[in-house]
Write a protein that binds this ligand. Sequence first.
Ligand SMILES: CC(C)(COP(=O)(O)OP(=O)(O)OC[C@H]1O[C@@H](n2cnc3c(N)ncnc32)[C@H](O)[C@@H]1OP(=O)(O)O)[C@@H](O)C(=O)NCCC(=O)NCCS
Length: 244
Amino acid sequence: MTKSKLSSYAPLQPPCGTARVLTKADFMAIMGLREVVFAALPNRQFLYPEDDDEGFVRAHLGLHGMSVGVFEHEQLIGFTNLTLPDGDSLGEPWLGIPSRRIRRHHALLMNGIVRPGFEGNGLHKYLIAERLRIAEADDRPLARVLASPYNYRSWGNFIWHGFVVKGFIRPYEPKFGTLLRYVMDMDARQKLVGRKETSTLVDSNDIEKQEACFEQGMLGFNRVMDGPTAFIELMHPTESPIEY
Ligand SMILES: CC(C)(COP(=O)(O)OP(=O)(O)OC[C@H]1O[C@@H](n2cnc3c(N)ncnc32)[C@H](O)[C@@H]1OP(=O)(O)O)[C@@H](O)C(=O)NCCC(=O)NCCS
């Protein structure tokens, strides 16, 4: 992270509470919120603690990234962080990107969590917007996130912000085994548009069918709800995505 450019970064006003950049002094509050959120997850696939959870959180309080928190009456109710690689310090494959290709212009959007009881206030959408603002302030046009296809509230919010689904990745987490994730990108250098005549709606639980579409070069552009079922709208893009 280029600290000089981001040292004066101030989050915008959230839809509720107040927000600020988090520091090492907030470590215990972050871990406490994560514990509550993990315990309340309806599906373990939605979110998982990192293998070295404490190390991961600490590294995003100044070393390799930034964290933003939303507080109400001194209680942390929303938390997010993003990884800002400097181009050579991350040795592991990361969000589907082979390590040798992690570049200075990548911003990797990591956790976005909201305290149970505070959902539905737009906090997650706000936390996505903040991460994109930080990426922009740090001159990083390419934002990437991984989201579970089963967590339609989460990936729906990223689509709402203009992200497109590029395909699946199956990261292996030692504690949880193999996970399934959409790879979602937003590239400020290229606004991807779908060709409407190629549009097809697929139930987001139907992984095989989506996989076949991604293999043909289709991308996910929209979420369409039918009662409790989330469909993904896949289309061929009008132009090929810029190579990551
Ligand atoms: C998924 C999660 C981040 C959503 O956060 P949020 O602040 O409630 O999301 P938002 O309010 O910005 O928007 C979510 C959408 O779902 C709806 N929603 C969210 N929670 C809801 C609830 N409990 N009941 C009904 N609708 C709900 C919102 O109205 C909104 O709908 P819209 O897109 O049609 O407007 C939050 O529930 C959470 O932290 N879950 C556990 C951790 C997780 O899965 N994180 C994401 C992976 S990194």
